[in-house]
Ligand binder design. Sequence first.
Ligand code: HMG
Ligand code: MG
Length: 286
Amino acid sequence: IFPKEVEVIEVGPRDGLQNEPNLIPLEKKKKLIKMLSEAGFSRIETASFVHPKWVPQMANSEEMAEYSRELAITYLALTPNQKALERAIAVQAPQIAVFIGATETFNRKNINRSIDQSLEECKDLFERAKKANLWIRGYVSMAFSCPYEGEVAFEKVRYVCDELIRLGADEISIGDTTGKANPKAVYERFSRLRDLYPHTTFVAHFHDTEKMALANVVAAMQAGITKFDSSIGGLGGCPYSPGATGNVATEELVHMLEQMGCSTNLDLHKLREASRFAKTLSSRIQ
Ligand code: HMG
Ligand code: MG
């Protein structure tokens, strides 16, 4: 029932750092992605072309993108709107990611648009991105619970998935942004998604607020999921998701998977070194 191999996608340089209150020097961010690239990831999320006023920590994403290219990293870049896509195309980013909340309140707080306005904007954005040969990830945030609206009905998640898949997303990352999902809910939700969209590639993106992220990974694997986002050192959180902590820690995830005989093609020793360094960049994790 468990897969022999999974893809672990590192989101630490983006999700891990975006919420850090003190600006981290570019050189340190570069050092982090160099260490991560040496651990063997197929993909790393290293850039976020959001508005620098909204998320100041991501302001030097152009430089991070350039450096990712120098290191030959296949990187993901967040692109919430057309302006962001232009920035991504200008640096020839290989993969982009749009992010839409399953709840109206979160989506407005996070990207200043209603869900339908965001999906409408995605139409042109996807068309342009496909012309530029970009791989498109669609994130669905608040897929289990929301700090503003409480428990999130499955139908709301399904609505956003329907639209993103219809527009041609290459993969969908389902976000437990608050980190409050539990293994039963995860198993049920991912099983339903797999039944509804058998041809879609789903990724699971767990935050670890309630310390159930590893258990949630196992539950998602039991539902057939083989791709997971994680953040080195467990850093991270979304500035518009109050109270949430970081993603499942990459080194803990990889350790668990290897113990289960599930290959990740990652070097755990190098990950642990990168984790020690990543934690020195964080004001919250020691
Ligand atoms: P807005 O203020 O509504 O933008 O922001 P606007 O369209 O009204 O434009 C206002 C001005 O901003 C204009 O300039 C634009 O050019 C400029 P002016 O004409 O006034 O001089 N502008 C930009 N500048 C640079 N880059 C841009 C950009 N867009 C407009 N991309 C926007 C809308 C989406 C930009 C803003 O709300 C934003 O940046 N939000 C990002 C929030 C964010 O980064 N959240 C964290 C990431 S999501 C997450 O963490 C969840 C995830 O991990 C999954 C999970 O855990 O569930 C992915
Ligand atoms: Mg996240």
